[in-house]
Design a protein around this ligand. Structure first.
Ligand SMILES: [Zn+2]
Length: 162
């Protein structure tokens, strides 16, 4: 996992604290979120991973390594390792990407309205590191408990078998 970039702050050195707060442009870091520069992500991820996770790209359908995976396990964010989805909520949607009817917990993901490509879609991102995961669609008539389809790129995930 990541280590805090801030030097260990002590009560005797409030100036150091101020300095590091100024360097961190996002206040999100205060609530345990993972904030890295795009350059750091570029070094950590492969070019294909970076394109999907950090540039909201989409892998080609029926090409991802987890599209048809039915093994039991937990799917973690490939960028930061946060546990996002479980095999228990994965279902066969035949859409070409891994599909889940719910995240592991609602606080693991966040939603952004995406109006690119002339459509109104809801983008799904990792709540911890803000990496792009895919989109969520509702009301498609799948016989799942939620009638939601979290359409997630395989390349955004790492599966840990149980
Ligand atoms: Zn993440």
């Amino acid at each position: 996992m990541t280590t805090e970039q801030n030097p260990t702050t002590t009560d005797q050195q409030p100036q150091v604290e101020e300095q590091s707060a100024a360097q961190n442009s996002s206040p999100a870091a205060a609530v345990g979120k993972i904030v890295k520069s795009e350059e750091e992500w570029r070094q950590q991820l492969s070019a294909a991973e970076f394109h999907v996770l950090r540039e909201a790209g989409t892998e080609r359908p029926f090409t991802g390594e987890y599209t048809d995976t039915t093994a039991a396990g937990v799917y973690r964010c490939r960028a930061c390792g946060t546990e996002l989805f479980r095999s228990d909520e994965k279902f066969e949607s035949h859409c070409g990407w891994p599909s889940f009817f719910a995240p592991l917990a609602e606080d693991r993901v966040r939603y952004i309205t995406d109006t690119s490509m002339g459509m109104r879609r809801v983008e799904v991102r990792c709540a911890a590191c803000d990496s792009h995961l895919g989109h969520v669609f509702e009301g498609e008539g799948y016989s799942t408990p939620t009638d939601l389809r979290y359409c997630i790129n395989s390349i955004s995930l790492t599966m840990d078998p149980r």
